[in-house]
Design a protein around this ligand. Sequence first.
Ligand code: F6R
Length: 242
Amino acid sequence: MQIVKAIDYYHMSRMAANIISAQVIIKPNCVLGLATGSTPIGTYDQLIRWYDKGDLDFSQVTSINLDEYKGLSPENDQSYRYFMNEHLFKHINIKPENTYVPDGLEPDSEKACASYNEIIRRAGGIDLQLLGLGHNGHIGFNEPGTEFEKETHCVKLAKSTIDANSRFFASMDEVPKQAYTMGIKTIMQAKKIVVVVSGASKAEIVKEAFFGPCTPRVPASVLQLHNNVTLVGDEEALALIP
Ligand code: F6R
């Protein structure tokens, strides 16, 4: 594993964007696995800036996102498709038809997951997977206890997640109870993985995930077994690593 130590969030975002842009320059028709959440927003901002300057061309890139809430439409501002459109896709020249997010409106979970696995296979696999890290070590929606062997699957959201999300919805009925996520097996098949972490609240889990035992209790700890992982973090998030 390589560790890139950045001074702060802005610097971390630039370093992560550097790695992604190198991938796009070296292989213009690459497949990028992308994440939502607050951490990668600065990385996407930086990629947009370099695109605006004419330094990056996404016209041949395919993107495949990690996860999506089951039941949410792309127009719902809480959906991950909406997030990606707002934070990246609509600002760059990636072809909309080359951007993939699990289909939240597919009610048949088996069908949704099988077709997403097929999309990844047809694309030739993921060249570079960008990941954030949950406070409990989750990656994608793979919560503690998830088997390492899973490909894309449907997960039941924890009550704490449902409760936390409820503030964004008019009624409890509208809050998603399930989500589709790439599995750990899918993530581990990416050729290269870049994990972005920021802030003191991630320091403990960064230490546990990357320097503790490899166990399904800490899903991200599986990344220790991947041969091409780069951890990009700011000083606060990396403060506890040996
Ligand atoms: C996002 C995702 C999640 C986040 C994780 C960290 O697509 O799959 O695993 O990466 O929850 O989120 P932030 O960056 O908001 O701390």
